[in-house]
Design a protein around this ligand. Structure first.
Ligand code: DX5
Ligand code: ZN
Length: 214
């Protein structure tokens, strides 16, 4: 069954505490925490103070998605403030190998992310090191965008590499996931799905979880 990580970017920030209780009750696998700096992506979102608040309010795993320049300067900070998993874009650093080593040294799960325009070949050398690969299925920066179909090929490709090489990494998808697109990503081999606007458009999170997890 696909693991589900609702993206807090689309949550009601005035009611985060209750939202997190409701997410736990709706049996999600963790929460996805989108950090944007207005440089790597054309939007600014949430950072350390909100992470502190979320960490205090939930025991759910927190999956921090860094959409920032110079991610190497911030990995330790996010780990120290409660991240359980940290993913970094291969496009954001010339030293992805060192950066993943740095994440693992913090004893959190390490993920590598590829944008829709970035090929799987760019991350082949680090697949043995990572706990998860995040395949962006929209261009990062905003919630509520439309799923980009041709990213599915990358999910299938990674799934084949995983099987052939006997690797264990999770394949996460992020962007435009809803009751339709979830089927194609799971069929292609995704094992973790992020859902923002679709999930939080539901008043009843149990229904949203059931629909996406099947
Ligand atoms: C986009 C973020 C996503 C976003 C997904 O840059 O990385 O996590 O919250 O939102 P939806 O599910 O609405 O596309
Ligand atoms: Zn994200």
């Amino acid at each position: 069954m696909v693991k589900l990580y609702p993206s807090l970017l689309s949550a009601d920030f005035l009611n985060l505490q209750q939202t997190l209780v409701n997410l736990e009750n709706a049996r999600v696998d963790g929460v996805h925490f989108d950090v944007m700096d207005g440089q790597f992506v054309p939007n600014i979102s949430i950072g350390i103070p909100i992470l502190d608040a979320v960490r205090k309010a939930t025991s759910l795993p927190i999956d921090v998605h860094l959409m920032i320049e110079k991610p190497e300067d911030y990995v330790k900070m996010f780990a120290d403030h409660g991240a359980d998993m940290i993913s970094v874009h291969v496009e954001a650093t010339p030293h992805i190998h060192r950066l993943i080593e740095r994440i693992k040294a913090e004893n959190v799960k390490a993920g590598v992310v590829i944008n829709p325009g970035t090929p799987v070949s760019s991350i082949l050398p680090v697949l043995k090191m990572v706990d998860y690969v995040l395949v962006m299925t929209v261009n990062p920066g905003f919630g509520g965008q439309t799923f980009i179909d041709n990213c599915l090929e990358k999910v299938s490709h990674l799934s084949h590499i995983k099987a052939e090489s006997n690797l264990e990494f999770d394949i996460e998808v992020d962007g435009g996931i809803n009751d339709q697109t979830i089927h194609s990503v799971v069929e292609a081999g995704a094992t973790m799905a992020v859902a923002g606007s679709y999930y939080f458009n539901h008043d009843d999170f149990n229904v949203a979880t059931q629909t996406l997890k099947g």
